[in-house]
Design a protein. Structure first.
Length: 705
């Protein structure tokens, strides 16, 4: 295994990206079209293409890393399993009641998305526990059998079981699980005590139902991919990124598939953190724009921000408590990522009032943007960028994707130019600016909505379209420095290669911080440690453990997750230190602290990690310089249409040079407007400096170490 290579594949809405780090510690990449009919086919094809290009064979591969959007797409497209919910009598409508949140303030007729388990498949059983786990009403197994009769009659494919207060006593749920297994041994079953043993019945119910809803499709996909890898002579045992930024054996995903809902974006953020810390920037905003979505996340003091308070679906996936209510609650650890439906394939359209709109619908990989010539007729963001001159009007991805400029012009003319009565450049730039406005929502969700000023951060841009839109987005937010790393277009695949083997577990523990029993706390963390190490297949003493907990002021209905290493001893001094840490975090997030109010522990969390050994970032090997070309590019009304030099990354040096410039590479394109400067650092990152920094700007210097 020592001399074998690790290879990674990430599925996007338009392209599947493949990357590996060669034996000489340099990067090799490949982009192939995604295959929506069978995403695994595109993964195997991409890996084999890259190996062939490198003169390697499948036998040279030791490990395969993978991230995908399969679970996410199942939710967004409503194509999950027929899912039933078994719950305590009187609580079948928890999924409908949700939380009192209206994400669209000025839309009084707003309708929330339908529950993933329809009401006729939400089945009640007779049982009841109190909040301490004491039995109030014993489990009536006749009512369980009646529910199983309905499941059989309706052809149910997956079942979620979530009983009131089961986190305090799992006995009733375990018994129901056993009864289901006896009658339907092949049915996918999701017990809340296995998925989320925490308080709050809505979040626990929603997460358990999501886990069941995506379970059969994810299982089918993973089994298909395993077979495809084996048939190609590649390792059939592979690792998957989970939403919290670690990798786990793909076989363990089958039991808890909800943990991979945001695995693709997580891989990119992990790579962004490593890149920015190495470059000396510990505070940064990661911006990932692909073919269908744009994602943003915050890197603060060199640390990824994580949360377990997340929503998927509803047009924007995010964790902000200030802008929620439109999706499905997913209370599992995730890297704090905000996602909007804005990508290169996002379709441009006009509403009934004649207003221009972009997305969230996407042309995807097939038929793709109009300029691909694969049958797509609707204009997309990519078509607008082709017309502006931002993208090569002849071919993309090193010539592997032909482009028909005239098809882009025709599509924009039909949908935008003609109906709005504006010229072609104005129409295309209007699309570019409009999608920038949409994407500011994602960045603000992880910055201003959390009390952070985006002007205090650098930006790292990646994804197939990150380098094209990053400067416009940074300008709108007051950000003055943008990094575009090597391999930016396949950066999420590269991020997989940086990941540690990692898992996270949790349990409810509702006690006062100042009076909680230290011995009981240590025992709970010992139980969590054993559970996490077991999931990794390692002894406890061989893994790195991190303790966190959710804290709140007494009476609050929301928590903040903070480190809790003091739990090992929980001395009076340790309790005071945790209290001060919580007060500071609460004040920074919400603008105030309550010095005279008791602080409660709500949930205990533990992360177990097997840290990989490696040599840090891969080496940057400049490709041979290409002969500079010139292209007519429209940079908006401020600059008009100008001649811009078209170069590759190797043409840049540590000395900043002024735009206008287009940096064109196999993995993606970076735009340098006329008033910006571009250079390349030691690690091969393109560094674009916006003019505000040169004039002193409004933002303060970045935290460099």
């Amino acid at each position: 295994m020592t001399n074998k290579l690790r290879i990674a594949a990430d599925i996007g809405g338009t392209f599947t990206d493949v990357a590996m780090i060669r034996h000489d510690h340099t990067i090799a990449t490949r982009k192939v079209s995604s295959t929506p009919d069978d995403y695994g086919r595109g993964v195997v094809a991409g890996i084999l293409e890259l190996l062939e290009a490198e003169g390697l064979s499948p036998g040279d591969v030791g490990e395969v890393m993978h991230a995908c959007t399969v679970a996410t797409n199942v939710i967004l497209e409503g194509k999950g399993a027929k899912t039933a919910l078994i719950t305590t009598r009187g609580f079948r409508d928890v999924l409908e009641m949700r939380r009192i949140r209206i994400p669209k303030l000025y839309e009084p007729l707003y309708c929330k998305p339908p529950a993933l388990s329809p009401r006729r498949w939400r089945l009640e059983v007779d049982e009841r526990l109190d909040f301490e786990g004491h039995v109030v009403t014993p489990l009536d197994e006749d009512s369980v059998m009646a529910a199983l009769d309905v499941i059989a009659a309706e052809g149910i494919e997956a079942v979620a079981v979530c009983l009131l207060h089961s986190y305090a006593n799992p006995a009733h749920e375990r018994r129901i699980g056993a009864l289901i297994a006896e009658r339907f041994p092949d049915l996918f079953v999701s017990l809340s005590v296995d998925v989320l043993p925490e308080i709050r019945e809505y979040e626990r119910t929603s997460t358990s139902v999501i886990n069941a809803y995506v379970g059969p499709p994810v299982r089918t996909y993973l089994e298909s991919l395993t077979a495809g890898l084996s048939d190609a002579g590649l390792p059939s045992r592979f690792f998957m990124m989970h939403s919290a930024g670690g990798i786990i054996d793909a076989r363990s995903v089958i039991a808890r598939p909800a943990q991979i809902v945001e695995c693709g974006p997580a891989a990119g953020v992990l790579g962004a953190r490593n890149t920015m810390v190495a470059a000396g920037y510990r505070d940064a905003i990661s911006f990932d724009m692909g073919g269908t979505t744009a994602k943003a996340s915050l890197i603060e003091n060199g640390t990824l921000l994580k949360t377990d308070d997340y929503e998927v679906g509803g047009g924007i996936s995010l964790a902000s408590k200030l802008a929620k209510g439109g999706g499905y609650a997913l209370k599992l650890p995730v890297i704090d990522i905000s996602e909007v439906g804005a990508g290169g394939g996002s379709i441009v359209w006009t509403d009934r009032a004649g207003a221009l709109k972009v997305g969230p619908h996407s042309a995807g990989a097939f038929p793709g943007p109009a300029c691909y010539g694969k049958g797509g007729t609707e204009p997309t963001v990519t078509d607008a960028n082709v017309v502006l001159g931002f993208l090569n009007p002849e071919a993309l991805a090193g010539g592997s994707v032909p482009v028909d400029f005239d098809l882009s012009v025709a599509a924009l003319d039909r949908v935008v130019v003609g109906p709005l009565g504006i010229d072609l450049d104005q129409a295309a730039y209007g699309v570019h600016e409009l999608v920038t406005t949409v994407m500011t929502r994602a960045v603000k969700s992880v910055t201003t909505f959390r009390g952070r000023d985006p002007r205090e951060f650098a930006m790292i841009a990646f994804g197939g379209n990150g380098g094209i839109h990053s400067v416009s987005l940074a300008r709108a937010l007051g950000i003055t420095t943008v990094f575009v790393p090597p391999g930016a277009g396949v950066f999420s695949a590269l991020g997989l290669l940086y990941a540690d083997v990692e898992t996270g577990v949790s349990m409810a523990f509702l006690k006062s911080l100042m009076t909680a029993d230290a011995a009981a706390l240590r025992q709970r963390y010992a139980d969590l440690s054993a559970k996490a190490a077991g999931e990794l297949g390692r002894a406890v003493e061989t893994v790195t453990l991190e303790r966190h907990a959710d804290f709140r002021y007494r009476g609050q209905a929301f928590e903040l997750t903070l480190p809790f290493e003091e739990s090992a001893t929980l001395t009076p001094e340790g309790r005071a230190a945790v209290r001060e840490r919580f007060d500071r975090a609460h004040e920074r997030t919400y603008g105030y602290r309550l010095a005279d109010t008791d602080v409660e522990i709500v949930t205990l969390r533990l992360t177990a990690r097997v840290e990989k050994t490696g040599d840090g970032l891969p080496a940057f090997t400049p490709r041979p310089q290409v002969e500079p070309k010139w292209r007519s590019v429209y940079f908006g009304p401020q600059f008009g249409r100008v001649r811009a030099k078209v170069v590759n990354r190797s043409a840049l040096s540590a000395t900043p040079v002024p735009g206008p410039m287009i940096v064109e590479e196999y993995e993606g394109t970076t735009i340098v407007p006329p008033d910006c400067r571009a250079s390349v650092d030691t690690y091969g990152n393109i560094v674009v400096t916006l003019p505000a920094l040169e004039r002193g700007g409004e933002g303060k210097d970045h935290d460099r170490h």
